[in-house]
Design a protein around this ligand. Structure first.
Ligand code: NAD
Length: 297
């Protein structure tokens, strides 16, 4: 029987466990604060930010939202980050990507105080992740580790294939899987757009993590029997429904489910975990900055 890995349920459990840590912080007079910064009129970015703010409200994190005119000079964003770095009520800062054209993305990533970098994208935190002592693991790959754990997928000694090499998913995912840690120790291959024979890799893999942003391009016949399949892709395709579109993954779910030992659906797989792990990192950040010891799930 294929296990359908329920990301909503795992995320809910993590959120509920985080509530205890938030109470511990409250006992010390601390409310974790997460600042989201939006400088874009992209509707998808607006939706992502409002979901993050709603998540904060639900668990008792103080959500601070800063919205900047997308046409404003880049300096306004850099100044905003400086102000948030200096604000003691803000423990985590998230600048919603992608940034508008006039903004230097690398400068933004460098400007967030590494202690408040709950995305884990500051070069110092990227280096720490590679070295095996991350302050904050990037939310999506960290959430995937939690999903694998929830389904009892053994990573140690497993052949893992990560499809995609982005800085936010593919690369940190591969870095986590090769760590000498309980949710690592996998023999990890990273495939990407220049990989010559993708199927040669996926068909040998015990774990396939698809993060390419190509709708349903991993099919059941590319998988090994019993593989764990994690679908990160969120692709908006036209559909005959009220919204006019639907969200589908990078994996062709029906054929993959026939082969897989465990699989995540889209939606309801990785997405909720990314959101939950942002709350996790914010609580961790508050504990670190306020010198309160908090247990994390
Ligand atoms: P990206 O566009 O930055 O990177 C995509 C990667 O896939 C690239 O490294 C590219 O080399 C590789 N790729 C592209 N086409 C390929 C092909 N045909 N074969 C093999 N590799 C190929 O994307 P990203 O930001 O890493 O996101 C990937 C997908 O995951 C997108 O659909 C995105 O919406 C989704 N995503 C979901 C979550 C979540 O929480 N569920 C979080 C982040 C991203």
């Amino acid at each position: 029987m294929t296990e359908i890995i329920d990301g909503n349920a795992v995320a809910e459990r993590i959120r509920s466990d985080l509530q205890d840590s938030i109470e511990t912080l409250a006992d010390e007079g601390v409310t974790p604060g997460l600042a989201t910064v939006l400088m874009s009129d992209d509707p998808a970015s607006e939706t992502y930010v409002s979901m993050k703010q709603r998540d904060c409200e639900e668990v008792g994190i103080n959500g601070i939202h800063v919205e900047l005119d997308p046409d404003a000079p880049a300096q306004e964003l850099y100044d905003t980050i400086d102000d948030l770095n200096a604000d003691p009520e803000v423990h985590g800062i998230l600048v919603q990507m992608p940034v508008v054209e006039q903004v230097d993305k690398r400068r933004v990533l460098r400007s967030v105080d590494p202690e408040k970098d709950v995305d884990g994208f500051h070069p110092e935190n990227v280096g720490r992740l590679v070295a095996g002592n991350a302050l904050y693991k990037p939310c999506t790959p960290h959430g995937i580790q939690k999903l694998l754990e929830s389904a009892d997928v053994e990573t140690e000694g497993a052949e893992a294939v990560v499809v995609g090499r982005s800085d936010i998913v593919g690369k940190p995912m591969a870095n986590l899987l090769v760590q000498k840690t309980p949710l690592g120790n996998a023999t990890t291959t990273v495939c990407h757009s220049r990989t010559k024979d993708l199927e040669a890799h996926t068909s040998e893999a015990d774990i396939v993590i698809a993060a390419a942003g190509v709708p349903e391009f991993i099919t059941g016949d590319m998988l090994k029997e019993g593989a764990a399949v994690i679908d990160v892709g969120i692709n908006r395709v036209d559909a005959d429904n009220d919204k006019g579109y639907e969200l589908i993954g990078d994996v062709e779910y029906d054929s993959a489910k026939e082969k897989a030992g465990a699989i995540t659906p889209v939606p309801g797989g990785v997405g909720p975990m990314t959101r939950a792990m942002l709350l996790y990192n914010t609580v961790k950040a508050a504990g670190r900055q306020e010198d309160v010891s908090v247990e994390l799930p």
